[in-house]
Design a protein around this ligand. Structure first.
Ligand code: 1GP
Length: 244
């Protein structure tokens, strides 16, 4: 399995330089492929550093076609953030190999990963083991429904920090604090701060971030990479606020 190792090392060197990272999430299920050129042009003109592609329920092959088209329009790294094994495609640069460690559903802790191996043998994606922690956010989100797991309460800060640290001790390379796509409340600054304080690996935060102010607060609290999807899906003028 040939692998290039640029994405994770790029994230780590940005952290070293105190540069903050922003990933725009594109859900193939909610995105019209014919809008790719104009949408990606806006991403290219913004401070975004990564493009994530994925969703909870995506039609088979839709991810591959979309990733191919995105790659025609940008040099930013395109990273799969898959809701399912069917979304893995060699057209992308990397893959967040997510383990849903806030839940106790064995399928999302190890089952899907075993299923993915036969697909990964055939490609050279940079596979990045990621501890994925779902945090309660005021409404039932798609991940919760699809995976049949419960998020951790925003009040259980010890449980959240211990879960994140366990991911690091297990050898995972990233921790992703997820409030869920379209979340009512984003992950609180208090949680981000507490996790950042005990973690020695990069910290991703996403879900429910809809303004530049919230983005900056997440960075100040300690997020190394923030993921935003819904806010751009709903209003592309938001790109005007985050121009380079
Ligand atoms: C969802 O964290 C991402 O998995 C982004 O969430 O769509 O709410 O920005 P939003």
């Amino acid at each position: 399995m040939a692998e290039n190792k640029n994405i994770l090392s790029g994230i780590k060197s940005s952290i070293f330089k105190e540069d903050k990272l922003l990933a725009i999430l594109i859900d193939p299920d909610k995105f019209l492929i014919e809008n790719t050129a104009s949408f990606i042009a806006k991403i290219n003109a913004s401070i975004a550093t990564h493009i994530f592609v994925g969703g909870s329920t995506v039609e088979v092959d839709a991810t591959e076609a979309l990733v191919k088209e995105i790659k025609n329009h940008t040099t930013l790294p395109v990273i799969l953030f898959p809701g399912d094994v069917t979304q893995i495609t060699n057209e992308a640069d990397g893959l967040l190999f997510l383990s849903l460690i806030s839940g106790r559903n064995p399928e999302y802790l190890i089952g899907k990963h075993i299923e993915a191996v036969s697909k990964l043998k055939k490609n050279n994606l940079e596979v990045i083991p990621t501890g994925y922690i779902l945090i309660e956010s005021g409404k039932i989100i798609a991940v919760q429904r699809v995976t049949n797991t419960q998020p951790i309460s925003q009040n259980s800060i010890n449980q959240i920090t211990n879960t994140a640290k366990a991911a690091e001790l297990l050898g995972m390379q990233l921790v992703y604090l997820e409030a869920g796509s379209g979340a009512k409340y984003a992950v609180s600054e208090e949680i981000i701060k507490a996790v950042k304080a005990i973690l020695n690996i990069p910290l991703i935060v996403g879900g429910g971030i809809r303004s530049k102010k919230q983005l900056e607060s997440a960075y100040i609290a300690g997020a190394d990479l923030v993921v935003i999807g819904t806010a751009f899906e709903e209003d592309e003028t938001f790109f005007n606020q985050i121009k380079k």
